[in-house]
Design a protein around this ligand. Structure first.
Ligand SMILES: [Mg+2]
Length: 198
């Protein structure tokens, strides 16, 4: 996949992702302020606007950096800023050439490490990491061509497992036991993004 093919994939995914805004707002509002819906819908729209300005010969890393910069600056939110700094660190560490599964997994590992460090969070805290880390593990172990499906299944499982606990990080942690049974909104947004890539 070259840069312009990647941009086309991301554009379609962001178009689809915008339709999850109400679901994410409601999930986030159960334990927080509900702003995740607007973070995702405005962020996805900003990504599409930015992608449309790229040259046809933009490299995959340039496409990713442009997209995540637009997402991170579309509106102020801790989620957008953590995701954006994670993806920027990924793009700095890993050069995407074919956008292969191996490259994307290596890239995702840097994203996860960066979010964990900057968010002072770990797997099991009920954050995006509970979907992201298992999705990378599953993609890495998957057969040729099945990486995205394996990642989606693993992310959904991670979210279901952590729905049973109270959040340990972010605004959702303030809700304490009230959050038990509620899926993490940020992790769900990541799952919806993976599904939108299908
Ligand atoms: Mg929120």
């Amino acid at each position: 996949m070259n840069g312009s093919e990647l941009a086309a994939v991301l554009d379609t995914a962001c178009e689809r992702l915008a339709s999850t805004g109400d679901e994410l707002r409601e999930l986030d509002a159960e334990v927080g302020d509900g702003d995740l819906g607007i973070t995702i819908t405005k962020g996805a729209a900003a990504v599409r606007t930015r992608l449309a300005t790229l040259d046809a010969d933009a490299l995959p890393n340039e496409v990713v950096l442009a997209a995540v910069d637009a997402f991170g600056t579309a509106n102020p939110s801790t989620y957008a800023s953590l995701v954006s700094s994670g993806v920027k660190a990924g793009a700095k560490a890993i050069e995407l050439t074919e956008v292969s599964t191996a490259e994307v997994v290596a890239f995702g590992r840097v994203v996860a490490e960066t979010i964990a460090r900057r968010g002072k969070s770990a797997v099991g805290d009920k954050t995006i990491l509970d979907a992201l880390v298992p999705s990378l593990d599953a993609a890495e172990l998957s057969a040729d061509g099945g990486a995205l499906e394996a990642a989606i299944t693993a992310a959904a499982t991670g979210i279901a497992e952590t729905a049973a606990i109270a959040a340990k990080k972010g605004r959702a942690a303030w809700a304490g036991d009230r959050g038990i049974g509620v899926a993490d909104a940020g992790a769900t947004a990541y799952l919806r993004f993976l599904e939108a890539l299908r």
